[in-house]
Design a protein. Structure first.
Length: 262
């Protein structure tokens, strides 16, 4: 059985592999990783100083709007794709590229139910973007990318919502998992092209009419673990702006580079 987030929060329980566990601050400390999420070396911090430095040293010059790496010769702050076809979202920040040394941590987090890794990912994100996290006065609400009920029951948790709760608690900004909803679609999104993803996502997302007030004239941040082509975030950003959102920014852990340069 998978508990809905509101029931989970009310009871203080979560069901990951079929066993309900009482979550208190004392027990959460026991669940936190005892090894670095980057190098897996034993230590008490979620990510060691060596990996923090490695992550900072590997930061790339990225497109301000979609976070794709920019070539050394590109002088504009936007990539060619965003200059030609501006996405509906306003900006994107990421921690690293998909395929980097945190990719295994993301896989363990999502597919092996190691939810405590979210704390390490958040700590690393805070190291790379401390100024953005302090600009909390410009953010009105933080929203997770929704997951269909079918997929939620298969996986046991929404990885975006777990990250969203950490950002919300740290920044003391509202977060809500009920604003955005998603209809289940069959097919493999991971291997699909940007055009295929965009086509499949038509009419997949919708907004809970009871939460319109959380969108209109608001500055919204979307939280996700991996931004692949940007199709999902584009569809959601457009939907939010259609309902009156003032701005939509993406905060993601990893950004997938383009397979080939244009």
């Amino acid at each position: 059985m998978v508990l809905e987030p509101e029931l989970e929060n009310a009871l203080g329980t979560v069901d990951v592999v079929g066993i309900s566990v009482q979550y208190t601050e004392r027990y959460m400390n026991l669940l936190l990783p005892t090894s670095c999420i980057g190098c897996q070396e034993f230590q008490t911090a979620t990510i060691c100083q060596k990996c923090r430095k490695r992550l900072k040293d590997s930061q790339l010059n990225r497109c301000a709007q979609c976070a794709l790496p920019l070539a050394h010769h590109e002088k504009n702050s936007l990539c060619l794709d965003c200059l030609k076809n501006q996405p509906p979202f306003d900006a994107t920040l990421c921690l690293d590229s998909y395929g980097g040394f945190l990719t295994d941590a993301i896989h363990s987090y999502k597919y092996q139910h190691q939810i405590a890794i979210a704390h390490g990912l958040f700590d690393a994100w805070f190291d790379i973007h401390p100024k953005e996290l302090k600009k909390d006065q410009s953010v009105d609400v933080i929203l997770p990318i929704p997951m269909s009920q079918e997929k939620l029951h298969r996986r046991g948790f929404n990885q975006s919502w777990e990250l969203c709760k950490l950002f919300s608690k740290k920044l003391k900004i509202k977060s809500n998992w009920k604003v955005l909803k998603r209809i289940h679609i069959e097919g493999d999104q991971v291997s699909a092209s940007k055009q295929e993803r965009a086509h499949r996502l038509n009419n997949v997302f919708f907004i809970n009419p009871n939460n319109i007030d959380l969108i209109k004239n608001k500055n919204i941040v979307l939280i996700d673990d991996v931004m692949t082509t940007g199709a999902t975030l584009s569809v959601i950003a457009q939907l939010l702006k259609d309902f009156g959102a003032q701005s939509v920014h993406n905060w993601v852990i990893l950004r997938t580079p383009k397979k080939s340069s244009c």
